[in-house]
Design a protein around this ligand. Sequence first.
Ligand code: ZN
Length: 183
Amino acid sequence: MEKRLTVKQQEEIKRRAEAMFENAGISLTENEKMNKLKIVDFGLGYEGFFKIGIVMVTTINTDKYCGRYILFFPGQSCLQHWHPDVDGNSGKEETFRTLWGNVYAYSEGEKTQDIKAKVPEGFEKYYTCAHESVLNPGEQITLRLHEKHWFQGGPDGGIAFETSTCARDAYDQNEANYSAEIH
Ligand code: ZN
């Protein structure tokens, strides 16, 4: 059963995200706040959004390259996902760099014992990657093409900048077959 965020909840989330950007010293224009600050929501309701969801601001996305801020509230995760090839175009390759707070990154490869992130309860089967990279400000990770991955914000949350090839978000794949609604 899907529980979409109400308009009021979306507004509240956006105000909170704006405050986090401001606190981090990251400037956004009024136009970006109005039109580019986007909530990625998987239909899990308000409480669920703070477990699985993100806020993003895409600064550029052409058929060749993409740049975006990705914000995690404390303990919030994105869904584990990967980026398939689309119509003969290679899947998205991404470098993910923490600007503020901490972000825990998980990718394929040797599993880390006692990972720092808490896998969202009830969603364990959709989070199979446990190769951990702790990304403090100024630290980054580059994911391999088609590699599965997920991220989680640290205790205060985290803001990262992602540099990548073209983002075709609607084609992103996840284990749960959830589709994201972007508000
Ligand atoms: Zn990704």
